[in-house]
Ligand binder design. Structure first.
Ligand code: ADP
Ligand code: MG
Length: 357
């Protein structure tokens, strides 16, 4: 019986029943998993000659999603996508995912709640199957505070990369060309439309064309970049281009110039008109594209693993008194590009403070 079917049975779901259902739903054969859900630990078998990469991400109700707006499939999808995108940024291949989940007791007791849980797992499983990432363990707990209890999901992704070859943020040098995968600003544009509408999304028939609800982590592109061995620095754009580019610049000890005209604007952002589209592309978070640097003399194809690649600027030498990041406008004028993402669900600009997204 799948979680989906279980959700329809009118009896409260115990914690152990839930774990047993997860184990059955996610029972997957994998060469890299010697032992999955069911024991005290999972046992993983990374490929010979590889290193193990680990990343964790919180998904908190009210911070990363709203139960009254987001379809549960999207919450499960995004929970896994965030971890997968971190693996993609380093060129890693996923080995396994681990999910620690705190759920309000009322959700297990009521059929609407069980239905939410089943749909959450169905979104998570669909993306996991697409990228062949087995769920190999986790933890399940009751979230306190009665009716005010919140859903909290913490995901751990384990991946592998050939020894010494994982892409890092720190290897860029002045003169390197900067590229992004895919398009920018789509997630922020879709999110602002969802917030404006302020109504629950009952059903989404396809995950395509929903950059906020169903972002596509760039695992294949990341692995392809690692295989080519040309990338000097790489990061995934989770907090917005301006924020993540600053991380890349600081880690590499360089400055950067971005050409406004070169930015690949997502069609959903383009519909907002130029100033808002530019805001979304520069500062909107959660696009989950890759931003990477390659020595300028090396030609890079216009697409990798089916994803378009666009050159958007370059790294420059760090000089005292020069801004870390500069935006070159179409008329040739130069302005300082400041980091600034958007505060989720508030519509407020975050300013320059570090984001926890
Ligand atoms: P322990 O008390 O030894 O930590 P648990 O009873 O919490 O074990 O979990 C039993 C098994 O179920 C373990 O293999 C654990 O990894 C798995 N598990 C528990 N919760 C989840 C979850 N939310 N998702 C996936 N696996 C889970
Ligand atoms: Mg134990």
């Amino acid at each position: 019986m799948l979680l989906y079917e279980m959700a329809r049975i009118p009896k409260p779901l115990g914690e152990l029943d839930l774990i047993e259902q997860i184990r059955r739903d996610f029972a997957a054969e994998s060469k890299t998993i010697t032992l999955g859900i069911g024991d005290d630990c999972a046992i993983l078998r990374p490929p010979a000659g590889s290193e193990v990469l680990v990343t964790t991400d919180f998904t908190l109700e009210g911070r990363h999603f709203r139960r009254d707006l987001h379809p549960p499939e999207s919450v499960g999808h995004r929970c896994l996508a965030r971890g997968l995108s971190d693996l993609a940024a380093m060129g890693a291949t996923p080995l396994a995912a681990f999910l620690s989940l705190a759920l309000p007791a009322t959700m297990l007791a009521e059929s609407a709640g069980r239905n939410w849980i089943a749909r959450f797992f169905s979104g998570l499983r669909a993306l996991g199957e697409l990228h062949r990432v087995p769920l190999a363990g986790g933890d399940t707990s009751e979230s306190p505070n009665g009716k005010a209890a919140l859903i909290l999901a913490d995901i751990v992704l384990v991946g592998s990369a050939p020894k010494g070859q994982a892409m890092r943020r720190s290897g860029g040098v002045a003169g390197d060309a900067l590229y992004v995968t895919g398009q920018l600003g789509g997630a922020a544009a879709e999110l602002s439309a969802i917030l404006r509408r302020n109504r629950r999304i009952i059903k989404v028939t396809t995950t395509e064309g929903h950059p906020h609800l169903f972002p596509e982590p760039r695992l294949d592109a990341g692995e392809a970049l690692l295989r080519r061995g040309l990338v000097t620095a790489c990061i995934d754009i989770s907090d917005g281009l301006s924020t993540d580019l600053a991380h890349l610049c600081r880690a590499s000890g360089v400055n950067a110039e971005i050409e406004q005209d070169a930015l690949p604007i997502h069609p959903l952002a383009a519909k907002l008109g130029t100033p808002a589209a530019l805001q979304a592309a520069l500062h909107g978070g959660e696009d989950y594209e890759l931003l990477f640097a390659v020595p300028a003399v090396i030609p890079i194809p216009s697409s990798l693993a089916g994803v378009p690649i666009t050159r958007i600027g370059s790294f420059t030498r760090r000089r005292s008194g020069r801004s870390l990041m500069t935006l070159l406008a179409p008329d040739g004028s130069r302005t300082e590009l400041q980091s600034g993402g958007w505060e989720h669900f508030s519509g407020r600009k975050k300013g320059r403070k570090k984001s926890s997204r």
